[in-house]
Design a protein around this ligand. Structure first.
Ligand code: AMP
Ligand code: MG
Length: 405
């Protein structure tokens, strides 16, 4: 039974970014670049003013110097003829520097009267001038392959005149619930049924992770039906199943997958909840079989499935937990497995504090809905006192795809 980080490694080592596709800039938002994006020209393309002010020669400046204003250059104008010695040209932000001028004195630093400016002091060459190629030289890499695209990256692409970018394809993620007891929400309840909550939950989590969910609904604990839907699911990049992966007699998922040629990489992970988790590969399709219990399904999605989806999207998931927090209350660890505790996070003067979000019984969905993070309680023999520092991972991916790389 692998530890959580080993299990994650066993999955991620078998996955890599999906092939590239060209998409519009808007569709590139939240995706990962599959190309080095090079500057098609120097950025900026010409020396230009960083301020509204006067372009002049530094050599002409000094306390009390009086320089006649020759003309005005605005952004969008050509630089025009050179700057005559002993003169100033009114220049607006972004306008090209006229030949001969080597510095800009902002409006607020001069006194203007009768078509001339009087300076208070000396200006250094290069002041308030953005020099040609100062950001990037033509041909230099502005954005490297592997970069997560957000608004700043879209700005760089647009500044290059690009309307599309090559990004890694989003994985198609098939989602199959299993269990005789399951009914689709919207259908009338029967005495022994429950609504399938894992299917919609995992579809939403998949979309947030950057995958394209393919909802396959629920299969009864019936060999033929399960087989038919698993075959359908194996056409996706990732197939997520939930339930039917424990050791009960109705737990048919693993054996049916094996019949279909899927090779199991591991079964069970040293976590609680979430131990009955299986990973298999059928060709290039990664099959991740989650426990049925909704809390266990959600938590195993976060710690084992989400990283897999991110890997296909092109993100290299972080090796270490993103944050640490102090336990607000004592916690009894398990002797043999890491406990995934649902917590809320507060901040005090000393940093982050993790408080249990409610009863940790695995069936309680509201304790999950009330949680903002999972705390990783290491296995061990003795009670951890309040104040113990543990790893945490946030569960609320408000920025759907914006986690670090
Ligand atoms: P199993 O892994 O099949 O033993 O299921 C464990 C528990 O999770 C049982 O109480 C199931 O009824 C429940 N469960 C399984 N699948 C779902 C689902 N799709 N939605 C809600 N609960 C489920
Ligand atoms: Mg079941």
């Amino acid at each position: 039974m692998p530890a959580l980080d080993i299990a994650r490694r066993l999955i991620l080592d078998r996955l890599g970014p999906l092939p590239a596709e060209d998409v519009s800039l808007m569709d590139a938002n939240g995706r990962v670049l599959a190309e080095d994006v090079r500057a098609p020209f120097d950025m900026p393309r010409w020396d230009n003013s960083a301020m509204d002010g006067f372009a002049l020669r530094a050599a002409d400046t000094g306390p009390g110097a009086l320089l006649p204003i020759a003309r005005t250059i605005a952004a969008g104008d050509l630089a025009g003829s050179g700057l005559a010695v002993g003169h100033a040209i009114r220049i607006l932000t972004g306008a090209p520097m006229p030949p001969g001028a080597d510095t800009v004195v902002p409006f607020e630093e001069v006194v203007e009267a009768d078509g001339a400016i009087r300076l208070a002091g000396t200006a250094e060459p290069g002041n308030h001038v953005r020099s040609r190629g100062g950001d990037l030289r033509e041909g230099a890499i502005g954005l490297p392959a592997g970069r997560l695209v957000g608004p700043p990256e879209i700005a760089v692409l647009a500044s290059f005149g690009r309307t599309t970018a090559a990004v890694h394809r989003r994985p198609r993620v098939a989602i199959l619930s299993t269990g005789n007891e399951l009914l689709a929400p919207g259908t009338p309840l029967t005495p022994s049924a429950i609504y399938d909550s894992n299917g919609p939950m995992l579809a939403a989590a998949t979309a947030r992770a950057g995958g394209i969910p393919v909802a396959l609904g629920a299969a009864a604990d019936d060999h033929e039906m399960l087989r038919t839907l698993l075959v359908e699911g194996l056409r996706a990049d990732i197939l997520i199943t939930s339930a039917g992966v424990s050791t009960g007699e109705r737990d048919l998922v693993r054996e049916t997958l094996a019949e279909l040629g899927a090779e199991e990489v591991f079964y069970q992970v040293a976590i609680q909840p979430g131990r009955p988790f299986a990973c298999a590969f059928a060709g290039a399709t990664c099959v991740l079989s989650l426990p049925g219990n909704p809390v266990a399904a959600m938590l195993t999605f976060e710690v084992l499935v989400r990283p897999a989806i991110r890997r296909l999207v092109g993100v290299t998931p972080a090796e270490v937990a993103p944050a640490r927090a102090r336990l607000a209350e004592p916690v009894q660890p398990r002797p043999d497995r890491v406990t995934l505790q649902r917590v809320t996070i507060q901040r005090d003067a000393d940093g982050l504090v993790a408080t249990s979000s409610g009863r940790q019984a695995t069936g309680f969905l509201t304790t999950l809905a009330n949680a903002s993070a999972v705390a990783f309680i290491p296995s061990g023999p003795s009670r951890l006192p309040a104040g113990t520092i543990v790893d945490i991972a946030f569960l609320r991916h408000e920025d759907a795809m914006g986690e670090g790389q």
